[in-house]
Design a protein around this ligand. Structure first.
Ligand code: CA
Length: 337
């Protein structure tokens, strides 16, 4: 019995060729009694080979992947594909249209709601369709994220650590094929196990995530890293031959670990955050990470924040205004992989 979904796909995902259209999610509102939410989807398929699901806009304010997958839809032709690419460039479409991390319709954070629920909220229905209709068709999934509005990453790709040595080796090989400047390995279930990548991991589907930049904008550099990485992984998987990485066919990556709470720095006080470490910097335990300035009580000395361990700065908070509990930094440490 196939899984239940509330979304109707306008295009045939099975036949060879290239098609685009929308996943129609019925949404009855005051303005539109019989309307649907149009979630863009495309397929490019030819012959036999792996099926790869490429997702962006899982968080709506993370733009590099949305831009790169738009180019994939416009430029890649079936002759370049051996297998099938299913492309979902604005997965949480209401959030992507609003340029927000979460959906303005139900406050749904898609990447915290997998594997979804066909009887749930709008965002849970989207998660259900991806997890239970699309993912079972796929041999691999690439989920393109960045830091969004509140974080800025050094452009990186990531996988999950696995006790299954063969699966982990395949994941590491795909990570190297993506070739981001930095890569890292996270412990499964870090975000409650409700992410698309965790769902793929739990089902033994090869998966790669990215954190390409952020700050609520997209740079040409980060978009090129996304494009080259997509081309590298699709060639590595034997799914497509796209020349986007022709200028840099091999791109060595440094693979880091991200583990426990001591890798993270959180704001101990509200105020204005002054970061004192740059992305990619090597830092030491106890080194100053930043200052929290008390602009409402400026006679009070700023609160110093320090790193709890040695490591490489992978991400920093982007906006100045900061609440107690906001993530200011997280680090990675060398894996030797
Ligand atoms: Ca994200």
């Amino acid at each position: 019995m196939s899984a239940r979904t509330t979304l109707a796909c306008e295009i045939d995902l099975e036949a060879p060729g290239k098609r685009h259209g929308f996943l129609r999610l019925p949404h009855s509102t005051h303005e539109s009694a019989y309307g649907f939410i149009p979630i863009p989807i495309a397929v490019i398929a030819r012959g036999t080979g792996p099926t790869v699901l490429l997702v962006a806009g899982n968080h709506g304010d993370e733009y590099e992947g949305q831009v790169a997958l738009g180019r994939l839809i416009r430029e890649v032709e079936p002759a370049q594909v051996s297998g099938r690419l299913i492309i979902l460039p604005a997965a949480n479409f209401p959030a992507a249209r609003a340029g927000r991390r979460v959906s303005p319709l139900d406050d749904g954070n898609l990447n915290r709601l997998f594997p979804g629920d066909p009887d749930g909220s709008i965002t849970e229905q989207i998660a259900n369709h991806i997890a239970n209709i699309l993912l079972p068709m796929c041999d691999a999934v690439i989920d393109l994220h960045s830091g969004g509005s509140s974080l800025m990453y050094t452009p990186s790709a990531l996988i999950r650590r696995s006790d299954d040595a063969a699966h982990f080796a395949r994941s590491v090989a795909a990570l190297k094929a993506f070739g981001a400047p930095l890569s890292y390995v996270v412990i499964p279930g870090t975000n409650g196990g409700r992410t698309l990548s965790d769902t793929a991991f739990q089902r033994g589907v090869l998966h790669i995530g990215t954190e390409l930049g952020g700050g609520g904008h997209a740079t040409p550099e980060a978009i090129r890293i996304a494009e080259r990485g997509i081309a590298g992984v699709l060639r590595h998987l034997g799914a497509a031959d796209i020349p986007w990485d022709a200028d840099a066919p091999t791109r060595p990556t440094r693979i880091l670990d991200v583990r426990g709470a001591d890798y993270y720095v959180h704001a101990p006080d509200p105020g204005v955050f002054e970061p004192l470490a740059e992305l990619g910097a090597e830092v030491r335990e106890g080194r100053p990470a930043g200052l929290i300035h008390h602009t409402e009580t400026p006679w009070r000395a700023p609160t110093p924040v320090s790193f709890a361990r040695d490591g490489v700065v992978l991400v920093k908070r982007w906006p100045g205004m900061t609440a107690r509990g906001d993530c200011l930094f997280h680090l990675g440490t060398d894996t030797g992989l």
